[in-house]
Structure formats: structure tokens, C-alpha cells
Design a protein around this ligand. Structure first.
Ligand code: PNS
Length: 161
């Protein structure tokens, strides 16, 4: 069986992530969405909130698991018997970092392949970072994230400086 780990900060989940997931469930026997507990970026939402927002929108699939991980991604992938790390690739601007990560992970674990999938072009400009910036400035983010996430964003940005 092919098990893919789909890792990320998911701070928060966007339509772009969901688009990649929809494509991935058709290709892999199982997709594990793995939320990074402590991403380098200081997250707006707690781990529990990020996981819960994904649960609310991705649980419809029988072959999707939602989980979190701490430490090295390849160690988590090995524990889950996954042979694939799945990443969404939007534009050339993503490439350099993704290239470094994929080859670093390959050096650390030769038995795991990184696979890139492109979201629909209608989502290719979306990023959690920009969506948070828009929400913080009071903009409407309902075109970018599911309704529940938009609501959470609205509630949350009021609380931060
Ligand atoms: O959504 P993001 O922020 O682009 O996800 C980045 C993430 C969490 C996949 C990456 O930072 C990661 O894998 N972190 C875990 C630590 C690790 O394994 N680092 C070495 C590989 S670069």
C-alpha cells in the first residue's frame, strides 16, 4: 500500500491545501495530514486548533488520517510506514525551499520520496501567510478558506496586536 504523509504548518488550512488533498486521495491508498507541532514560524493557531479545523473539513474521506508530528519529518514518516512525503507546489517561488527540503530529506532517508502536486490554478496564489495578513487588516477571506476557518480567523485576529 502507498501511504503518503502530507506535512505542513496548516496555519490555517486553505482551499489550496484541500485541493491538493482531493488530488492525493485518488493516487495514494492513504494520506496522513501531519500538522507540524512547532513550525519555524510562530503560528497564529495552536496545534489543537489547526488539527481541529482540518478535521472539520477533511474527515469525509475514508483514506485520510489527521495527525500531528514533532521532530524530524522523516522519523514520523518511518513510524507511519509512509514512503511518500507529499507537498503542494504553487509557483516557481516555492521551488527553492521545496528543493532543499526534498533533497535534505532524501539524504536523511533514502527510502522516502517527496512527491509534489500542483493545486488548481485558481488557488495557486493562496498562502496561509497572506491570508492571515488580509484577515488581520479586516479583509474578507471567505474566497480563500472554508467558512469555519474564516470565522476562526476573524475571531482570532481581533485578539492579537
Ligand atoms: O507548511 P510549511 O510551513 O511549509 O511546512 C514546513 C514543514 C513543517 C513541512 C517543515 O518545516 C518540516 O518538515 N518540519 C519538520 C522538521 C524537519 O524534519 N526538518 C528537516 C527537513 S527540511
Amino acid at each position: 500500500v502507498s501511504i503518503a504523509v502530507y506535512p505542513g504548518s496548516f496555519d490555517p488550512l486553505t482551499f489550496g491545501h484541500l485541493d491538493v488533498l482531493e488530488r492525493a486521495v485518488k493516487i495514494f491508498d492513504k494520506v496522513i495530514i501531519a500538522v507540524a507541532k512547532n513550525p519555524d514560524k510562530d503560528p497564529l493557531f495552536t496545534l489543537e486548533e489547526r488539527v481541529q479545523m482540518i478535521r472539520a473539513h477533511a474527515e469525509g474521506h475514508s483514506n485520510v488520517d489527521i495527525d500531528f508530528f514533532d521532530g524530524l519529518l522523516i522519523n514520523y514518516a518511518h513510524r507511519k510506514k509512509a514512503t511518500v512525503i507529499l507537498r503542494g507546489l504553487r509557483a516557481v517561488s516555492d521551488f527553492e525551499f521545496e528543493f532543499q527540503m526534498a533533497l535534505t530529506n532524501r539524504k536523511l532517508a533514502d527510502d522516502i520520496e517527496t512527491v509534489f502536486m500542483m493545486p488548481s490554478e485558481s488557488y495557486s496564489y493562496l498562502s496561509s501567510r497572506i491570508i492571515k495578513a488580509v484577515a488581520k487588516l479586516g479583509g474578507n477571506v471567505e474566497d480563500f478558506v472554508p467558512k469555519l476557518v474564516a470565522k476562526r480567523l476573524k475571531g482570532r485576529v481581533g485578539l492579537v496586536k
